[in-house]
Design a protein around this ligand. Structure first.
Ligand code: NAD
Length: 247
C-alpha cells in the first residue's frame, strides 16, 4: 500500500463515490472533482466520506475546459504532490434519435465524455512518464461497445474512448504508465434510475445475471487496474456488465 495520489473526475456522482472509497481502501490519497457551482454538495460529499474515515480532497473542475484542467492539475500538484492515478469518470448523456439530435446535444456530449480524456490525460501524462509510474482508467460504457438507440452521441464518445486509451497505452508502455478502460453495464445509480420503470424492467430482463450492477462492482475494477501490481495490464477494456454484452 502506498500513499499515491489518485484523482477521480466527477467524483461526487454515483460511481465516482464508490471509486473514491475503493481507492482510499487501497491506501491512495483521494482527490475528487465536482462541477463548479456545486461547492455545497461537494462539502456534503466530503463530510459523508469523512464519516467512513476517508479524508478526500475535493476541487471544482469542468472537464471540458482545457485551461481549467491544466490549472486543476497544477493546483493538486502544488497542494498535494504529483498525480499517480487518474480516473476519467465524469460523463453525461443527452439522448435523442439521430433525426432529432441537435448539434448542441452532439457537441456537449462529445466535449464532456471524450474531449475531457484529452484535456485531463495531457496534463498528467508526461509527468507520469518522467516518474516511471502512472495508472489511467477511462470510464466508457456497455453502450460504447454495442451502440444504443437514441444514444449515437453517447455511444460515439464511449467507443472513441477505446481508441484513445489504446493509443496512449502504447505511448506509456515503456515508461511504467498503463491506460485501460472500464465499460460498466447497467448499474444501480441515479443515472439509471432515471429510466422509466417499464423500460428498466426490460433492461434487467436482458441481463444474464438477472440484476443491475452495484457501483462497487465498477469500483473494484478500477481498484484492480490502478494497483501497483497491475503493470502488465494495459490498453485493455474491462466489461463489467453482468454478461449483457460479451465482446
Ligand atoms: P453521475 O451523473 O452520477 O456522475 C457523473 C459525474 O460527472 C457527476 O458528478 C457530474 O457532476 C460530473 N460531470 C458532468 N459534467 C461534467 C463536467 N463538464 N466536468 C466535470 N464533471 C462533470 O453518473 P454515474 O452513473 O456515476 O456515471 C459515471 C460514469 O460512468 C460516466 O462516465 C457514465 O457515462 C459511466 N457509466 C455509467 C453507467 C451507469 O449505469 N450508471 C453505465 C455505463 C457508464
Amino acid at each position: 500500500m502506498t500513499n499515491r495520489i489518485a484523482v477521480v473526475t466527477g467524483a461526487t456522482g454515483g460511481l465516482g463515490t464508490a471509486m473514491c472509497k475503493a481507492l482510499a481502501a487501497q491506501g491512495r490519497a483521494v482527490v475528487g472533482t465536482h462541477l463548479p457551482g456545486e461547492e455545497a454538495q461537494a462539502k456534503e460529499w466530503q463530510a459523508g466520506l469523512q464519516q467512513d474515515g476517508i479524508e478526500a480532497s475535493v476541487y471544482p473542475l469542468d472537464v471540458t475546459d482545457f485551461d481549467g484542467c491544466k490549472a486543476f492539475v497544477a493546483a493538486v500538484e502544488k497542494d498535494l504532490g504529483p498525480i499517480d492515478i487518474l480516473v476519467n469518470n465524469a460523463g453525461i448523456t443527452n439522448d435523442a434519435p439521430l433525426k432529432r439530435m441537435q448539434p448542441e446535444q452532439w457537441n456537449q456530449v462529445i466535449n464532456v465524455n471524450l474531449t475531457s480524456m484529452f484535456n485531463m490525460c495531457q496534463q498528467v501524462f508526461e509527468n507520469m512518464c518522467e516518474r516511471g509510474f502512472g495508472r489511467i482508467v477511462n470510464i466508457s460504457s456497455l453502450n460504447g461497445e454495442k451502440g444504443q438507440f437514441g444514444q449515437c452521441n453517447y455511444a460515439a464518445t464511449k467507443a472513441g474512448i477505446y481508441g484513445f486509451t489504446k493509443s496512449i497505452a502504447q505511448e506509456g508502455a515503456r515508461k511504467g504508465v498503463t491506460a485501460n478502460s472500464v465499460s460498466p453495464g447497467y448499474i444501480d445509480t441515479p443515472m439509471v434510475r432515471q429510466v422509466p420503470e417499464k423500460v428498466l424492467n426490460n433492461i434487467v430482463a436482458g441481463i444474464p445475471v438477472g440484476h443491475l450492477g452495484q457501483p462497487e462492482d465498477i469500483a473494484r475494477a478500477v481498484a484492480y487496474l490502478t494497483a501497483d501490481e497491475a503493470s502488465f495490464v494495459t490498453g485493455t477494456n474491462m466489461s463489467v456488465n453482468g454478461g449483457q454484452y460479451m465482446a
